[in-house]
Design a protein around this ligand. Structure first.
Ligand SMILES: NC(=O)c1ccc[n+]([C@@H]2O[C@H](COP(=O)([O-])OP(=O)(O)OC[C@H]3O[C@@H](n4cnc5c(N)ncnc54)[C@H](O)[C@@H]3O)[C@@H](O)[C@H]2O)c1
Length: 345
């Protein structure tokens, strides 16, 4: 075993730079050895910030670098399949951001390429590494609230949608943009696959876009039934303005577990006019900062210890199926039945 796993980051944008800072700041047993980005400007900024001198503008060159052991794939989703299959063929271990790809078939190709080349594939569902979400899982498994009956999870994001997001056939809208993490969380907590999904959506905050993008929705609700009988509900929204809001609740037969809140920290001002003032969470980047670091460490640990990655390609594929089938249900205004979590062919 090498002293340190040499890691190349492919895609130095918003999410990529979180991983860059983690690896540059010290993930035990790893070193950030190279950077790749198609944009020379982003690449230069990332190199400047991290001090990494080896850079590539073509991911094809990055994945074939003999001095790289593992890649972190954080390009736009449309490139994930090509980058991951090529990296696997070059014998590199792979961490791939969510969503895994655009279709179930692409996910299958990525999983098969990693299996064939005996490399690790870990997916970027960082909530599984968040302290509170992990504690929720432990509490559920300890039986303190009996058995899970209904699991609810919401993610509401503050930002105004970018122009490309209004085309939901190509880019999903909130079901994919903000809720893919909730789908993974529900599968993880329910310990089962979805057998029925029904989604509804509407556009409330971007009404001026309704004529040009009649299918665009900024708010959605998704109901699910799992094969083991557990019920699920996810709600999602974009452009809520008031902050980033991710909360999960597990109602059991003997109690309830609540995970997450809206406070950025515990500081509160209580004023003479009897108001309580505190800050709300501003972004996923701050809320899950420690979780991103923990998932990067877990990736390196699974390479070094030759263990199964804690979030697998299969998990990535199943979350993507739920996003795809949820969107189909929303656009076709009908519930959809799945078999073992997969669309009926
Ligand atoms: N886990 C999470 O919570 C989370 C959060 C945000 C984004 N993501 C995912 O991370 C991925 C990237 O999203 P983002 O928000 O960082 O996007 P972004 O646009 O900020 O960054 C993408 C980067 O990839 C570069 N790039 C584009 N095409 C490339 C190519 N062919 N080769 C190499 N580099 C290329 C761009 O120049 C840019 O620097 C997406 O799959 C997204 O869904 C995950």
């Amino acid at each position: 075993m090498k002293d340190r796993i040499r890691v190349c980051l492919i895609g130095c944008g918003r999410a990529g730079m979180i991983h860059a800072r983690n690896f540059a700041g010290g993930i035990s047993g790893a070193v950030l050895s190279a950077l790749c980005d198609a944009s020379e400007e982003n690449l230069a900024a990332a190199a400047d910030e991290t001090g990494v001198t080896k850079t590539f503008t073509r991911w094809q060159d990055a994945v074939n670098d003999p001095e790289t052991d593992a890649v972190i794939v954080v390009t736009p989703t449309q490139f994930h399949r090509d980058v991951v299959t090529a990296a696997a063929a070059a014998g590199k271990h792979i961490f791939c951001e969510k969503p895994m790809a655009s279709t179930e078939e692409e996910c299958d190709e990525m999983i098969a390429a990693c299996r064939k080349n005996h490399v690790k594939l870990q997916l970027g569902f960082m909530r599984r590494f968040d302290r509170s979400f992990r504690r929720g899982k432990e509490m559920l498994e300890s039986g303190q609230i009996g058995e899970a009956a209904l699991i609810k999870s919401n993610t509401y994001g503050p930002s105004e949608p970018k122009e490309w997001m209004y085309n939901v056939r190509k880019n999903y809208g909130p079901i994919g943009e903000v809720n893919s993490h909730d789908f993974d969380t529900l599968r993880w907590y329910a310990g089962s696959e979805v057998k029925m999904i029904h989604a509804l959506g509407n556009n409330f905050r971007s009404r001026e876009k309704a004529e040009e993008y009649p299918e665009y929705y900024d708010t959605c609700t998704v109901m699910m039934e799992f094969e083991n009988g557990v019920l699920g509900m996810i709600t999602g929204a974009q452009y809520v303005r008031y902050g980033y809001d991710a909360r999960t609740e597990i109602l059991g037969t003997k109690g309830i577990i609540k995970i997450g809140g809206q406070h950025a920290d515990t500081a509160e001002a209580v004023t003479e006019d009897r108001r309580i003032i505190s800050d709300s969470v501003d972004s996923w980047r701050t809320l899950f900062l420690d979780a991103y670091r923990a998932e990067d460490q877990a990736f390196i640990d699974c390479i070094r210890n030759d263990t199964e990655p804690p979030v697998t390609g299969h998990d990535g594929k199943m979350a993507l199926v739920l996003v795809n089938e949820g969107l189909r249900s929303l656009l076709e205004h009908r519930p959809i039945c799945l078999k073992q979590g997969l669309p009926e062919k």
